[in-house]
Ligand binder design. Sequence first.
Ligand code: ADE
Length: 246
Amino acid sequence: MRFDIVTIFPGIFESIFSAGIIKKARDKGMIDIKIHDLRDYTTDKHRQVDDRPYGGLEGMVFKPEPVFKAVENIKQSTEKSLVCLLTPQGKLFNSALAEKLASYEQVILICGRYEGVDERVSDYLSDEEISIGDYVLSGGELAAAVVVEAVSRFVPGVVGREESVRHDSFSTGLLDFPQYTRPRDFRGYKVPPVLFSGDHQKIARWRLKKALEKTLAKRPDMLKSRKLSPQEEELLSEIQEERKES
Ligand code: ADE
């Protein structure tokens, strides 16, 4: 799968994409990331990408021409390429959207600036507008990096065992169960004894219960939109009973 990032700050991405899982995936040819300088698609001698907004207001707005030109140059196919504009006005990015993006052969990410991008880019050029959260960044660059990393994890082979992504929080619809490693006793803080029991069924039940408990405490909204299995229903009632007692 291929990512094309259109930006006025191409240098930002060098180190982010040269480490860890993304570096490995690039080295193995599982993903390809190309960075495009928006200024390369300007025609004036100042390489100007923005202009004052019609109607008069503070700030500058990205002109449509360089953005259209860049995307038209980069786009490989109509069906298998998806053009996304990173903007705080976009659809909130989540695991389901990451998985959807991973089904395309090419994802083009246009990094906007916070002052704005000519509306014709969202109306006639982009297929999807994406926000990574309800806050405003100075530009879409960090958001694009977040999208590349989250989407890459859904590309087969990028994460060690493909299955492990499907077991991630947000894919299972529950927060992760707690994990521990040595020592068993750290400054008096002990690892739950069930984890040394060797009883795999008991451990699996404990983990599921803890995942439910965590989700209920920190992200109850996730439980509302999720269908529970009979075992999860049973564990949830157990948790609610225990809560009443304490
Ligand atoms: N550009 C500025 N803020 C953003 C956000 N929250 N998400 C995506 N792109 C952005």
